[in-house]
Design a protein around this ligand. Structure first.
Ligand SMILES: C[S@@+](CC[C@H](N)C(=O)[O-])C[C@H]1O[C@@H](n2cnc3c(N)ncnc32)[C@H](O)[C@@H]1O
Length: 206
């Protein structure tokens, strides 16, 4: 089955946040990588497949400006409800992130993907995703990825995954992106199952 709007809408309309298989209580591992970026709190951040992540509030509380993307309107609406007044400061983009972005997007300093890229299994979709990363990010901006590693589970949310190594992410980004930092991290999901991730931060240098 392909990652589709219908699939994700039905998950988000039928499951509370704490029971989602990827739910995090805090975004400490993402923040660990963000701390390599000077003055990241002053950044504009693009979050593809933001879902209902707690990262949204963590970044807003630091003063970060956000563009939130998701294929699921259910997910984005849930975040809108949760944020109330604060959501006025956010740019919203409900679309498949493997497709060209036609909306005007403000200049972005950091792209943060946790557990989204690995759902793209079609070669053209992966290519389209990385074309978006490359066109949105200007020189001196950053891309952060947290994806299921090669030792991770082959499926999540009922979908087959394309799992990643650092080498594979680097290959897709191309030589303009320099690896700044990376680590392996085993996330324990709400059912108590280990989910090995690879975390990586890149800087666009030219
Ligand atoms: C496993 S969840 C991760 C959510 C969030 N990043 C987090 O860490 O909590 C995957 C998210 O990606 C979204 N998604 C899946 N395929 C997508 C696509 N092709 N384009 C945009 N969003 C997508 C889903 O709706 C869901 O919110």
């Amino acid at each position: 089955m392909k990652s589709s709007k219908e699939h994700w809408d039905s998950i988000f309309s039928g499951t509370e946040d704490q029971k989602l298989g990827w739910h995090e209580k805090n975004a400490s591992k993402t923040l660990e990588l963000l701390n390599h970026i000077p003055k990241w709190e002053n950044s504009k951040v693009f979050i593809p497949g933001a879902g209902t992540s707690v990262l949204i509030e963590e970044l807003l509380s630091k003063g970060v400006k956000l563009v939130l993307n998701d294929i699921s309107l259910e997910a984005l609406n849930r975040v809108r409800e949760r944020l109330g007044e604060k959501c006025k400061e956010i740019n919203w983009l409900c679309q498949d992130i493997s497709q060209p972005i036609l909306n005007e997007i403000p200049d972005i300093d950091i792209w943060i993907d946790r557990a989204v890229l690995h759902f793209l299994t079609d070669k053209d979709d992966i290519k389209g995703y990385f074309e978006n990363v490359k066109s949105i990010l200007k020189v001196d901006s950053y891309a952060l990825f947290a994806e299921f590693s090669k030792t991770g589970a082959p499926k999540c949310a009922g979908l087959k995954l394309h799992r990643y190594s650092i080498e594979k992410i680097s290959e897709n980004l191309g030589s303009s992106f320099k690896l700044v930092s990376h680590f392996d991290y085993t996330y324990i999901n709400p059912l108590g199952d280990p989910r090995p991730y690879v975390y990586a931060l890149y800087k666009k240098e030219n």
